[in-house]
Design a protein around this ligand. Structure first.
Ligand code: BEZ
Length: 221
């Protein structure tokens, strides 16, 4: 049996934690997270390496759908354990080859500081490259959703945008969103916490009711 790597990495961040603060060099200049994108959501994502195929498709996906993130009041921020020089050359290369421009900051995390803070360095997957992580950070700088993908499987941009929108709808409307929920579909009324609330669910007129604990309603989105 293979031995597990035993490299010390920082504790993994968790949903609900304040996003660990950092200062970093990026393709758009220096960034301090706690002072960045005030009153906005941030999608912070890592990729294993510049000039690699899956990463190129993913970064191009973020770039081509940036207007959808803008519409959700969200700033994008990429990261890999590459130098700023590699980032600039890759951004330019992809623009020359495909016309797609990575018009958002990409952190040059050459000292692995941010990767370690965010549990992006998972030594049994790779000792030198960040895994494919996505952190959804809300305007209060709280981590609200985390995705980790391995090196050889690309992420799904529809799911990233769907999850971001679902988080925002859930916050604004005090609802929960069911399996595969998408814009325009019924939302779940949070299950009752008291007998009175249970009776309201039993007696109420809802758009869909399975039982008092699974009640759905239309949203004004
Ligand atoms: C890629 O983006 O294609 C890739 C990067 C690192 C390891 C494996 C694949």
């Amino acid at each position: 049996m293979e031995q597990e790597m035993n490299i010390t990495v920082n504790q993994m961040p968790r949903i609900g934690d304040t996003a660990p603060d950092f200062e970093a060099v990026t393709t758009k200049g220096p960034v301090k997270l706690s002072e960045y994108a005030k009153d906005k959501w941030i999608v912070l994502f890592s990729h294993p390496a510049d000039f690699t195929p899956v990463c190129t498709t993913e970064m191009s996906g973020f770039a081509t759908r940036k207007s959808e993130f803008d519409a959700l009041n969200t700033e994008l921020m990429g990261l890999s354990i590459d130098s700023i020089h590699a980032h600039l050359a890759w951004v330019n290369n992809v623009r020359e080859n495909t016309g797609v421009y990575f018009d958002f900051p990409i952190i040059a995390d050459i000292d692995m500081n941010v990767s370690k803070l965010y549990g992006m360095l998972q030594p049994n997957e790779s000792e030198t490259a960040a895994v494919r992580a996505v952190f959804f950070i809300d305007p209060a700088k709280k981590i609200r959703l985390i995705m980790y993908y391995p090196l050889n499987v690309g992420r799904n941009m529809d799911e990233i945008l769907r999850a971001l929108y679902a988080l925002q709808v859930s916050d604004k409307q005090g609802v929960a969103l069911p399996l595969d929920w998408n814009k325009g579909q019924l939302a779940i009324v949070p299950p009752p916490k008291t007998l009175d609330e249970m009776q309201e669910r039993i007696d109420g007129d809802f758009d869909e009711k399975v039982d008092f604990y699974l009640v759905k309603k239309k949203l004004n989105e």
